[in-house]
Design a binder for this molecule. Structure first.
Ligand code: NAP
Length: 333
């Protein structure tokens, strides 16, 4: 049995509402490599190890199995529903039918309501599960404020109905946020974005904090086993950077734990996925913090190492994946 970490000693992050949530949640994307059964077994172990936050998504294809694990934990009295902070996401092919998608996630996850419901990507461009990097959907379109706000309004209605507690956004850029934030009645509580030591997105991070939106960092370890379609020859292995190796050696731990300590001390929520190391990933934020000097060293490791480039979401006429990220400060159409 994995080590147990008392959830009370896990540091908390304060959401804009004032609610406190754990600074580490568990990711549940098996990266097309880990089966739904193995992911859900890890979730079962993680609950018993002290995790209270889980990052799910309809498109990860494992909500049904994870829901059974949640139900077992409730039935066995391990936790009550209110003890868990369950996050999930509407997939791109359900932007016109958000309530139906949310109802299905609630049913599959057996969770009665969702704590944080994300719009997984800010456009409805769909790709088939497990597709390769060159596949393109002829129906894909560039970002549209109207389309996004239609999806967002449906999320706002779900808050009003009590089906979700908070709205989250994901894979956004500053120009897109500038366009949509003034139109929202209920502000998003969090934004999920790719964050790891060689991809720190400091400008977007600061923008979110300034706008009272809590950053939630995905791929905090640099996703060493990400899907084939997200692996490019130019990618950097974050944990192999000499500075990370040296800091890990000084603390006598795996560099993955240094990455998670850094994320926590920077102020984000991180959502590492693990089937083998989840207990140490939660424990590491409760002990042996990085020094100011180590934090400053890691701040210098930015290498523009975006791993989820998003090629499969490109529309006809787009140049390349850079168009998805509005790098010149305007929304690319
Ligand atoms: N919003 C979005 O669009 C979006 C996109 C991508 C991901 N996400 C979310 O973010 C989560 C995390 O991303 P990710 O799973 O791609 O990457 P990640 O958490 O950076 O990396 C996971 C990998 O790191 C290994 N690992 C974890 N802890 C370790 C440790 N202490 N020592 C050594 N190896 C360790 C795991 O292997 P072991 O299993 O062997 O420990 C696993 O292969 C996902 O599961 C998903 O929930 C969201």
């Amino acid at each position: 049995m994995a080590e147990v970490i008392n959830p009370a000693i896990v540091p908390k992050v304060t959401l804009p509402s004032g609610e406190q949530v754990p600074c580490v949640g568990m990711g549940t994307f098996g990266s097309d490599r880990v089966s739904a059964e193995d992911v859900s077994a890890a979730v079962a172990g993680a609950i018993r190890s002290g995790y209270r936050m889980f990052d799910c998504a309809a498109c990860y294809g494992n909500e049904h199995e994870i829901g059974q694990v949640f139900k077992d934990a409730f039935d066995e009295g391990v936790v009550e529903r209110k003890d868990l902070f369950i996050m999930t996401k509407v997939w791109n092919d359900m932007h016109r039918r958000v309530e139906e998608a949310c109802d299905k996630s609630i049913k599959d996850l057996q969770c009665d309501y969702v704590d944080m419901y994300y719009i997984h990507w800010p456009f409805p461009n769909y790709h088939a599960p497990g597709c390769d990097v060159d596949s393109r959907n002829p129906d894909s379109k560039p970002f549209s404020v109207e389309e996004f706000m239609d999806t967002y309004r449906q999320c706002e209605a779900l808050v009003e109905k009590g089906k979700i507690r908070y709205i989250g956004i994901s894979n956004m850029t500053i120009p897109k946020l500038e366009a949509v934030l003034p139109l929202m009645k209920i502000k998003p509580a969090t934004c999920e974005l790719e964050l790891h030591v060689c991809f720190q997105q400091q400008e977007l991070y600061d923008y979110l904090v300034e706008h009272n939106i809590q950053p939630v960092g995905y791929m905090p370890i640099g996703s060493p086993r990400r899907p084939e379609r997200d692996i490019c020859p130019e990618d950097v292995a974050d944990l192999e950077v000499p500075e990370m190796q040296a800091i890990a050696k000084a603390h006598g731990v795996h560099p993955a734990l240094i990455a998670l300590k850094w994320a926590h001390q920077r102020g984000e929520i991180s959502i590492p996925f693990s089937v083998h190391n989840y207990a140490s990933n939660l424990k590491c934020v409760t002990e042996d913090p990085l020094t100011d000097e180590e934090m400053a060293t890691i701040a210098t490791l930015e290498k523009g190492n975006r791993l989820v480039k998003g090629q499969v979401f490109l529309w006809h006429g787009a140049n390349d994946w850079h168009d998805l990220w509005d790098e010149d400060g305007v929304i690319v159409k």
